[in-house]
Design a protein around this ligand. Structure first.
Ligand SMILES: [Zn+2]
Length: 147
């Protein structure tokens, strides 16, 4: 059974972005909210009706279905491959690499090392260690808070 669906714009019902808010289906018998997504391929507005429970007025293909916390967790788990790019892993990496930079600076302050230093931009949270006072500060901030 194929039902012909005609899409007509309801006059005077456009949003600020120039998108149609409503559409009529079933030969003009049904007026419903229209999905507000523009197609990346055709640059035209999606022609499907929006889901009634959608907060952002989207159809089922453009993410209009509200997700529970459990569903969001399931989607996240399905799309997580190895966990190296999670927020917690990135924060741990930034913390560790800034500690490595500071320890290298401390070695130069104490004249324990020679050779080339780590090049490139320094990570967030990095505080340069140039004097012995900076070294004492680093030890107090970093190493004593690790315990
Ligand atoms: Zn859509």
């Amino acid at each position: 059974m194929s039902e012909k669906v005609s899409v007509k714009h309801v006059k005077g019902e456009c949003s600020a972005q120039g998108k149609a808010q409503y559409l009529q289906t079933a030969g003009g018998k049904i007026t419903c909210l229209r999905c507000t997504v523009n197609s990346t391929r055709t640059k035209l507005q999606c022609g499907r009706p929006a889901i009634k429970t959608s907060r952002t007025q989207k159809c089922q293909y453009h993410g209009g279905r509200p997700h529970s916390e459990e569903t969001l967790k399931r989607i996240s788990d399905a799309n997580t491959i190895h966990g190296q790019l999670t927020k917690a892993a990135k924060q741990q990496y930034t913390h560790s690499i800034s500690l490595i930079h500071e320890l290298q600076d401390a070695m130069y302050v104490l004249k324990m090392g020679e050779g080339p230093r780590i090049r490139g931009p320094k990570p967030k949270g990095y505080k340069p260690v140039r004097t012995q006072a900076d070294l004492v500060r680093m030890i107090q901030e970093r190493l004593l808070h690790m315990v």
